[in-house]
Design a protein around this ligand. Structure first.
Ligand SMILES: NC(=O)c1ccc[n+]([C@@H]2O[C@H](COP(=O)([O-])OP(=O)(O)OC[C@H]3O[C@@H](n4cnc5c(N)ncnc54)[C@H](OP(=O)(O)O)[C@@H]3O)[C@@H](O)[C@H]2O)c1
Length: 285
């Protein structure tokens, strides 16, 4: 492990508070914190000074963590870029934005990157116990910064997912598919079931058990073994019946089902099931 950098924080919201409190407990020194509302409680908890300007955070830290709302990052980075940053690291915690948001800082000598905790921060207290052990995506344009960020993730008992600088949009699209669109698919299944029954609780009970078991199968068995259902059984007539039923309900739902089924076929083949008939049924485009 390299020598621990002194940390600074800009943006004392959920992510910033949790990272600083956990890293302080892991023996990191927190030099200074700046936020729109003076972060009095956090500064006391991590023994940091409260900066009155984001530029002062850089003066008191080796590695500045910017945990601002996505839209505020570039503007605050531009303000910080007016101070000397040689040898300092600056990272943001956004999942959506790349390291390019900090390019003004890199032009001014900073090592820039991003550190995205792949964890939903619903509340500070919950995250303080649940964040350790999570995966963190790291983008770093410099080796020393990559080492610092790797050490931070290890201090949080986390796993590192290193991604090349400039690839954040694809990374975030993947996270969005896994997290947000699971909710979309659940909502569609719920709508379909509620056309058959008005027992909302029973419908949610069935879907919650099914999705929880599927996530557990993914965790323990991975792809392609976690896949169950008619495709992997080669039940072509069942899939055909699904399409007829969905087309009567809503053409968009039927089209989505077809697309998802086609996307699933490589996994079906990987399980040793022939897919010719399924391909004919689903279409190849
Ligand atoms: N929430 C998540 O689940 C999650 C997960 C991973 C990554 N992230 C990323 O982490 C970053 C922070 O998210 P968050 O959920 O912690 O946001 P948040 O709870 O809304 O906190 C943002 C903090 O920034 C402060 N702030 C806003 N605009 C400012 C400005 N112009 N200058 C100084 N301070 C300003 C806010 O101050 P006030 O308190 O005064 O409003 C607040 O303390 C985002 O980039 C987000 O994408 C979030």
């Amino acid at each position: 492990m390299s020598q621990k950098p002194v940390l600074g924080l800009i943006g004392a919201g959920k992510v910033g508070q949790v990272l600083m409190r956990l890293l302080y407990k892991a023996d990191y020194q927190i030099g200074a914190i700046y936020s729109r509302t003076p972060p009095t409680a956090l500064a006391g908890q991590v023994q940091a000074i409260i900066a009155s300007d984001p530029r002062d955070v850089a003066a008191h830290a080796d590695l500045v963590v910017i945990a601002l709302p996505d839209d505020a990052i570039a503007e605050v980075a531009a303000r910080v870029s007016s101070v000397a940053l040689d040898g300092k690291g600056v990272v943001h915690t956004s999942g959506a934005h790349g390291v390019d948001q900090l390019s003004v800082l890199a032009e001014n000598g900073a090592m820039t990157g991003s550190l995205h905790p792949a964890y939903p921060f619903a509340s500070v207290e919950k995250a303080l116990t649940e964040l350790p052990g999570s995966t963190f995506a790291i983008e770093a344009e410099n080796n020393l910064l990559a080492v610092w960020l790797g050490d931070i993730v290890r201090a949080l008992n986390g796993s590192i997912l290193s991604i090349p600088p400039g690839s954040k949009a694809l990374y975030h699209a993947a996270m969005t598919i896994a997290s947000n669109y699971t909710v979309t698919l659940y909502a569609l299944a719920q709508q379909l079931l509620l056309t058959l029954s008005d027992e909302h609780e029973a419908v949610d009970g069935a879907l919650n058990a099914l999705t929880a078991a599927t996530v557990e199968n993914l965790r323990t068995q991975g792809i392609p073994d976690a896949l169950t259902g008619p495709l992997v059984r080669g039940d072509v007539s069942t899939v055909a019946a699904h399409l007829v039923a969905l087309e009567q309900y809503d053409q968009h739902a039927a089209d989505l089902y077809r697309q998802l089924a086609r996307q699933t076929l490589p996994m079906v083949r990987a399980r040793g099931v022939a897919t010719d008939e399924l391909e004919n049924l689903l279409g190849r485009s």
